[in-house]
Write a protein that binds this ligand. Structure first.
Ligand code: 1BO
Length: 276
């Protein structure tokens, strides 16, 4: 499976997103995903499923060192003492001694970014996280976070799919040798998967429309993708995207859909997004 080398981290280009998964279903899916070759799993304190994810990791029997596991600190926990407590509690729920990547889940303008980045670095220094990064950071704020961090940041995880242009965030990630990790990578499925640019590429390659969209992500430099599914059969389908490639015309046709400018995850606490 393709890996991204980003600021000292080796991140598998496809991972299992676990947002909205919980309990036995989550444990089963994580364990099954690892059993069929996934080596990247994404969770967060706010998802409420870290216990189930940790159990899935153990049940899979895959050596811990072979797995790239990400968790995140919620935006209300960015003051230094809260961030350290949140990271320690995540590890306790996961029943692990470290994660591979610890992200600030969303920025919080009420807490000085310098303090948050310092706390994130201390947590890394203490060995609770091998690498650190951010999520939902627009390009300018990402540049500030990079300058404030002693250790290089390895990823900015953002909503990204063919209905949303993230060129500015992607460029900022690339300037800093970071991965851009796409969540909600196939939007809501449905309409996007029926778009002629996607459906026609699917017919040409003998792949499903979802596989075409996931491939569109990983064709882009230093982009990783974390599709979530609650269906086991979809796990194999989502990962079966490494035996074909999209040509420039197909990439352009799908990328043109980004003029739609649709964002699924926008909340009262969201930062000011990059203008397109
Ligand atoms: C509110 C959670 C967004 C994706 O991690």
């Amino acid at each position: 499976m393709k890996k991204l080398s980003v600021n000292g981290a080796e991140m598998p280009a496809i991972g299992l997103g676990t947002w909205t998964l919980d309990g036995g279903t989550c444990t089963d899916l994580v364990s099954h995903a690892l059993g069929i070759g996934y080596r990247h799993v994404d969770t967060a304190a706010i998802y409420g499923n870290e216990r189930a994810v940790g159990e899935g990791v153990r049940r899979s029997g895959v050596p811990r060192d072979d797995i790239f596991l990400t968790t995140k600190v919620w935006w209300t926990d960015l003051a230094p003492a809260d961030l350290k407590r949140s990271a320690a509690e995540s590890l306790k729920r996961l029943r692990l001694d470290h994660v591979d990547l610890l992200l600030v889940h969303w920025p919080n303008p009420a807490v000085p970014l310098a303090e948050t980045m310092d706390a994130l670095n201390r947590v890394r220094e203490e060995g609770l996280a091998r690498h650190i990064g951010v999520s939902n950071f627009p390009s300018q704020l990402l540049a500030e976070a990079v300058l404030l961090s002693e250790a290089p940041l390895v990823a900015n995880q953002v909503e990204y799919h063919p209905y949303l242009n993230q060129d500015k965030v992607h460029a900022a990630c690339r300037e800093n040798s970071m991965a851009m990790v796409s969540y909600c990578p196939i939007y809501r499925g449905g309409q996007l998967l029926g778009e002629p640019a996607v459906a026609e590429a699917a017919a040409r390659h003998g792949k499903t429309p979802a596989q075409i969209v996931l491939r569109w992500h990983i064709e882009q430099e230093d982009v990783a993708v974390i599709p979530r599914t609650s269906r086991k059969e979809r796990l194999a389908e989502n990962a079966d995207i490494f035996d074909f490639s999209l040509d420039a015309g197909e990439m352009t046709a799908i990328s043109r859909l980004r003029s739609a400018g649709r964002r699924l995850c926008d909340y009262g606490f969201s930062p000011e997004w990059d203008a397109v």
